[in-house]
Design a protein around this ligand. Sequence first.
Ligand code: BES
Ligand code: MN
Ligand code: MN
Length: 464
Amino acid sequence: MNSAKTYVNKHKDRFISELLDLLKIPSISADSKYKEDVRNMAEATRAALEKAGCEHVEICETPGYPIVYGEKIIDPDLPTVLVYGHYDVQPPDPMNLWDSPPFEPVIKNTELHPEGAIFARGSCDDKGQFYMHVKALEYMTSTNQLPCNVKFMIEGEEEVGSVSLGWFVERNHDKLANDVILISDTGMIAKDIPSITTGLRGLSYVEVEVTGPNRDLHSGLYGGAVANPINILAKMIASLHDDNKHITIPGFYDDVEVLTAEERAKMAEAPFDKEAYKKALDIEDVYGEEGYTTNERNSIRPTLDVNGIWGGYTGEGAKTVIASQAFAKISMRLVPHQDWEKITELFKNHFESIAPKGVTVKVKPHHGGEAYVTPIDSIGYQAASKAYEDTFGKTPVPQRSGGSIPIVALFEKELKSKTILMGFGLDSDAIHSPNEHFGIWNYLKGIETIPLFYHYYTQLVKEA
Ligand code: BES
Ligand code: MN
Ligand code: MN
């Protein structure tokens, strides 16, 4: 059953041009200026699902951006696959670092993508990847090869915490009932090293505010005599790691999952080229928690990172001033068994406790979610593995990712099903960064591989 390849070959130009059209819509969920575009993107997603053979396609309203839902139920006795993706994208800034405008997609060849890559915000994260599923569905419905039931749920707030999706899932258990959840919103190791993501980190995202004097002050007249909120904030942040790059918040590591030596040895088998890694980032050396490898640091260990910091004068030239306030946005990536609300609380208590007299500190929690790990002996994983074997000619490597899709843990809690993460992006695709791109080879390979998942999944369920 590999006529998917033939079908993809025949229709690839259209598959690409349809994706380019979606990439022209600036569906930036974080910025309310783009409200109408986000809604237009929901409508475009609805139309695409309908065209691909989905039935009962609807735009489901929520307190926030809508969720696009559709299904194709061929026989209630057959298994049901629920596909999840997101139609919203990250803000494109800094704009000046883009070689071409983020919402005017262009195809260019790169060293890793000699077949061409589509450059645009959302090309890989996640429009290109969820659209692979839409095209895989088109193939299966139009050639009468859909072997089981399928439901689609594409949301518009993933990049801002999936708050409305949580609301929607809690209220729609029956509608969303499924046997397995399938997502393409992660990556793989390399084009010749297929991998399946078996873990995602959790997240706690907070904003902090340090306030000193009641107004901005002359840095000569007052300098040295009052607490400078920016100096203080920098010192407080620096103190959150010790010399071994361990996080110093009391209790932070209490619940962290400890992997056995065997599990770590197994992880270390995944191919990793440290020199290439450093070269790709133009860094002289890697940096991170003592006692762990790079792959462990960015997957099985929790982190704390400043994502933005501001305050005072940042315009042209010099201005001698002590700012009244300083701010930072901080993310903590969490691992299994760490409760994001508990971690947020620990951070808040600790951060407030280390503030010296002369400033006041406020910690504002944003959003968060739990980590997720999926077993590799499930029928879903086995089906995905067989699908990659067919299209890549190799058994995919199971790999935990450092990224987060917080809603996945909630799916398990609310819908009681496991998620299979079939990502086709590469780390070098620059998601969330300027010049985000998605390889055309990866895009088409995804469309070819996905129908095989349905095929093997249905077969394995019947055999079980
Ligand atoms: N698709 C990414 C997550 C991802 C990318 C996981 C690559 C694994 C590999 C998703 O859109 C994302 O960006 N998630 C956010 C969290 C969210 C709450 C804003 C993240 O990881 O920063
Ligand atoms: Mn994503
Ligand atoms: Mn993202």
